[in-house]
Design a protein around this ligand. Structure first.
Ligand SMILES: [Zn+2]
Length: 80
């Protein structure tokens, strides 16, 4: 997923925090690290569908737009 710009990564992570009710990125990543499932978000432009995925998921199926475009917060943040 190295073709994703830093700005896009940050934007999607902020959106994921907002949608899941996390105070900030630290909260989101901590929750992801403590569980078997990580919050994840679709990377398609204009599609901000979220789901819970395996922590190392980087091509999860998006029910909203039909792409294999859902990426976990941990991958998005570059932690995996
Ligand atoms: Zn989508």
């Amino acid at each position: 997923m190295s073709n994703i710009s830093l700005a896009q990564r940050v934007q999607k992570l902020v959106t994921l925090c907002d949608q899941r009710g996390f105070q900030d990125l630290d909260d989101l990543l901590l929750a992801a690290l403590l569980k078997d499932a990580s919050p994840a978000i679709c990377m398609t432009e204009g599609c901000n569908n979220t789901a819970d995925m395996e922590p190392d998921q980087d091509q999860g199926f998006c029910e909203a737009c039909g792409g294999k475009t859902i990426i976990s917060a941990l991958v998005l943040a570059g932690l995996i």
